[in-house]
Design a protein around this ligand. Structure first.
Ligand code: ZN
Length: 111
């Protein structure tokens, strides 16, 4: 086995360990709706401003980097996660619309 082959096998083993760690982490933290199947669960960043990367797209990251990112997250099922983001987006869109309206109203007062 050459050095490149050894490296490839080592990387595959590391990825397997990380994948199993993430599955186990999810399984022990079911969504508040009761969903506990790891393949239905996702990592939701509690504070979007602290997010450095999406856990599901962390293939090239080290184990310790992933563990640190996971600590910023709450485990939720995909449905609850979608609902949360939909509601958040809707609320911020409405807030933005209200701000625009307010600015327009201010302009009207100035003229
Ligand atoms: Zn849920």
């Amino acid at each position: 086995m050459d050095k490149n082959e050894q490296k490839r096998l080592y990387k595959n083993r590391v990825r397997t360990v990380i994948r199993l760690y993430l599955q186990d982490y999810k399984t022990t933290r079911p969504c508040s709706c009761g969903e506990g199947r790891h393949y239905c669960l996702v990592f939701h960043h509690r504070d979007e401003t602290e997010k450095e990367f999406t856990i599901a797209h962390s293939r090239d990251k080290s184990f310790s980097t992933i563990v640190a990112e996971v600590a910023k997250c709450k485990v939720m099922c995909a449905n609850c996660h979608n609902a949360l983001h939909f509601l958040d987006d809707t609320i911020s869109r409405e807030r933005r619309a209200m701000e625009i309206e307010t600015d327009d109203q201010l302009l009207l007062f100035e003229n």
